[in-house]
Design a protein around this ligand. Structure first.
Ligand code: HEM
Length: 157
């Protein structure tokens, strides 16, 4: 029970991070298969349309709580949220082929690290973190943290 709760927290953490910090692709594209009118705008067949992810992920209409609260990503709240306003892995038949693999790898890596170390800010830690706007999403300077080894957990009775 506790394990599944913590696993869910990790899942929500990964998703909350991807909402605000897309790794590389700030947009996805689709070719319009047939002429269609949406909200008074006619999109002719063959037009390449671009879906900008960052504005969707940060639109206060859909994300009123900009604090990025974990409750946004609970199962119940996810079901009531428009699935097309959170698209870190795209959507439809051509969405990211490795979505589950990527999220699972992230959670396994965080679990292994947190089992062994606590992470603390130190004098080299850049606060607030400055992001490099070019290319891959990454900080301008490397993230420096102090890793404190954790005592092994007592075996459960
Ligand atoms: C957190 C990590 C990742 C993110 C955020 C991500 C995001 C995306 C996005 C947004 C797309 C376009 C989807 C669309 O147009 O609807 C995509 C496509 C794709 N991704 Fe990822 N991806 C990640 C990791 C990976 C990994 C690890 C692999 C391979 C091992 C991978 C393989 C692919 C492939 C092959 C496609 C093209 C799928 C197609 O066109 O049918 N991705 N990804």
């Amino acid at each position: 029970m506790m394990l599944s709760f913590r696993w869910n927290i990790l899942t929500h953490g990964g998703e909350r991070t991807l909402r605000l910090y897309l790794l590389l692709r700030g947009r996805i594209e689709r070719v319009c298969k047939s002429t269609i009118e949406i909200n008074g705008v006619t999109i002719p067949e063959g037009t390449v349309t671009m879906i900008p992810l960052t504005p969707l992920h940060r639109d206060p209409e859909y994300w009123p709580n900009q604090k990025n609260s974990p409750e946004r990503f609970t199962k119940e709240n996810k079901e009531s949220t428009d699935p097309y306003v959170f698209l870190p892995f795209g959507a439809g038949p051509r969405n990211c082929i490795a979505m589950r693999f990527a999220l699972l790898s992230l959670k396994v890596a965080v679990t292994v690290l947190l089992q062994r170390y606590s992470f603390r800010p130190c004098k080299e830690t850049q606060i607030p973190l400055e992001l490099d706007p070019k290319g891959f999403m990454q900080p301008k300077k490397p993230i420096m943290l102090k890793m404190v080894p954790r005592a092994p957990a007592e075996p459960e009775e």
